[in-house]
Design a protein around this ligand. Sequence first.
Ligand SMILES: C[S@@+](CC[C@H](N)C(=O)[O-])C[C@H]1O[C@@H](n2cnc3c(N)ncnc32)[C@H](O)[C@@H]1O
Length: 347
Amino acid sequence: MTSSNAAVTADSQAARIFEWRRGFNTIYLIHLGVQLGLFKALAERPGATARQLAEQLGLQVPYVERWCMTAYGMALLEAQEEGYALAQFYDSILAAPSHPRYLGGYVQLGTEVAAGDFIHCLEAFRTGKYVPFQGRGDAFNLAVASATWGLQVLTAKKILPELPGLSQRLAQGGSVLEIGCGTGNCLVQIGKSFPAARVVGVDIDAQSLATAQQHIAAAGLSERVEAKRSDLAQLPMASFDAVVMVEVLHEIGVDIRPQVVRDAARALKPGGWMVIVDETYPSTLEQARQPEFMFPLHTGFEELLWGNVIPTREEQETLLRGAGFNGPIDRSLIGEGFTLLATKKPE
Ligand SMILES: C[S@@+](CC[C@H](N)C(=O)[O-])C[C@H]1O[C@@H](n2cnc3c(N)ncnc32)[C@H](O)[C@@H]1O
């Protein structure tokens, strides 16, 4: 593919590499700010100097001075009084883990997971080996859960409540199934959003399920929210008003995807909603350069070593049609590049 942009020069092409290299450093700088508590301390104490931050957090003054200066240069910080303050909106984005916009977990997934995988890619490109999600351990599960926190909140508080007819069904004691519930954050949020509903989460990762059960108990929801390992084919037929999958479809092996979506369809009541929040891989080279596909393009690269394959739009629609969803499929883009698919089981 050739570029038709006449303004491209050797200098401008080189400048892109320098920019990405600075981006690489900046991600580590943000990681340090999150892990060492620098962003949180600045959110609580705007105007603090590097020395005050270092003393408060038990860190080395020259290191924190260098961190602050670089973060200021990257416009993550602003100058305030004798010290620094967070630039606009970074209090919620980098200092508030429960805020839906929080991106500390996504940064951590890059520095702690992707960075390690990229090192192993040298070998994997020759051998084709990969390490699937299951069995990567609890720190990994929690990092993923933190990275997808915003989506879980959005699903429970906005996407599900806005689906026509669903809130009424759930207010009358209906139920929701989440396939691939991971560590259970979404289950808990759905349980809180719909206080009369029964919520069932299933997953194939034992460690994630154990954490999910703890989260459900800590939220006091054990009576009507559960997380369990379950063979989807054994789920009772036509028993759920909604089936939800958040960042799960692309995790499921390509060979078993049709069966999983058919099992989901079977478990839904007539008129129930199938809700998939996932990513859509570009189908063409042209799409690979479009902004809305940048995020899934990079997820596809980053998760090579998880063995994940991000579905294209055509694959998503073939899966849903193949499972008998023959009504309209609502498709919308959310956030940085996620896709929301919602369709109803025929009445
Ligand atoms: C990226 S995580 C998302 C977890 C959770 N929905 C969230 O947003 O935090 C994907 C989850 O799908 C689960 N998964 C993958 N294949 C599955 C399958 N065939 N059946 C059930 N869960 C599956 C994984 O074990 C993992 O917990």
